[in-house]
Design a protein around this ligand. Structure first.
Ligand code: TXA
Ligand code: MG
Length: 341
């Protein structure tokens, strides 16, 4: 397929804020109609969300979901997030306890994924949830993804639209580089606003509310709404863990060195804040995630910066220390995986 027929630039994406239904203009957009038809037929469409680009397919169609795993070279024991147009729709797929409801009402639509027990009548395919008795649900703050799920009247399974093990895409060009020829359409709406994947929180009675993956919401904000500290995944036998939290993930092809206080000749420098590490002038190239030290700006630029510094002419990427505050926890989580060999 030509690059031209693969890309779609949606014009306006106006939806009904409560239900997620497309406006009449969006519903009659030829690209939108084509995307719906592809999804209905079991195809794969890359759709931006406020966090990263997702690779969407009908979550209830096992053949379509199998195509996602194949396109990404992703191990099929790693379950996928199902995207819904509204909390009302999400409640038909998962069982929401008090904590889950409180989080959903506070943060949806937004960069939060809730792992909850599967609703007995949910048609989400076993392959989507990797045979678990829980489902991962999210109402994204991305009108197009919500409108597509509403129109299809099905949840959309969507992992990040990258090859497995690579950093998540925050631009349509990142998706095209890794998945052209393997997917049917890319909706191009420019750069993602948040830049790191959603925070994943598990809520099930009998277990502490557990942060499976730090992400686009600051953990402090989640804890404020819960009124209690979150457990961290895998910290003890009572806390669940997430199959997707493999230690090597999000990896550039050159070595990544964290908390670098001095730069060696030949390295690329990924800086943060106004002060550069010692020897910064020796770096082959320098990118600063946020010269003012703002973790939200840094998250937005993280993955595109890692891709840009992953060059043949550098011996490795040295990353300046980044505090854990705000989105720093999610950034440091992704960097730790990028540095794992
Ligand atoms: O921001 C995001 O979350 C993006 C956009 C596209 O929504 N999606 C994304 O999906 O990052 P993915 O597949 O790359 O990450 C999903 C994570 C994985 O770590 C997976 O193991 C975990 O969610 N997960 C999904 N279902 C789960 C379940 N039932 N129990 C525990 N973890 C689950
Ligand atoms: Mg991913």
């Amino acid at each position: 397929m030509s690059e031209q027929s693969l890309r779609w630039h949606p014009e306006t994406c106006v939806i009904d804020e409560k239900s997620g239904a497309a406006s009449s203009t969006l519903a009659s957009d030829a690209g939108f109609v084509r995307a719906c038809k592809l999804l209905d037929d079991g195809g794969l469409v890359a759709v931006p969300t406020e966090t990263v680009y997702g690779l969407a397919a009908d979550a209830t169609n096992p053949a379509a979901v199998a195509r996602i795993f194949a396109a990404k070279d992703r191990p099929s024991f790693n379950p996928l997030i199902s995207h819904l147009p509204s909390l009302e729709a999400a409640k038909t797929h998962g069982l929401f306890n008090d904590a889950a409801l409180r989080l959903a009402e506070a943060f949806w639509p937004g960069p939060l994924t809730l792992v909850v027990p599967r609703h007995p009548s949910s048609p989400i395919a076993d392959l989507t949830s990797a045979g678990l008795d829980t489902v991962a649900l999210r109402v994204p703050d991305a009108p197009l993804m919500r409108a597509l799920a509403y129109q299809l009247d099905k949840p959309l399974a969507a992992p990040s639209a990258n090859r497995s093990g690579r950093v998540s895409p925050t631009l349509a060009s990142h998706v095209a580089e890794e998945l052209s020829g393997r997917i049917d359409l890319i909706a191009d709406q420019g750069a993602c606003r948040v830049g790191v994947e959603s925070s994943v929180v598990q809520c099930a009675d009998g277990h502490p509310v557990t942060l499976l993956r730090p992400g686009g919401l600051a953990t402090d904000d989640l804890e404020r709404v819960l009124g209690a500290p979150l457990q961290r995944a895998g910290t003890n036998d009572q806390t669940p863990s997430s199959p997707g939290m493999l230690s090597a993930h999000y990896a550039p092809s050159v070595p990544v060195r964290l908390k670098a206080s001095r730069i060696e000749a030949g390295e690329a420098l990924l800086a943060f804040g106004p002060d550069l590490p010692e020897g910064a002038e020796k770096a082959v190239t320098v990118l600063n995630l946020s010269p003012s030290g703002d973790s939200f700006e840094a998250a937005q630029k993280l993955f595109a910066s890692l891709r840009a510094l992953d060059r043949d002419d550098v011996s490795g990427i040295a990353v300046a220390p980044i505090p854990d505050a705000g989105l720093g926890e999610a950034i440091n989580d992704r960097l730790k995986r990028a540095a794992h060999r």
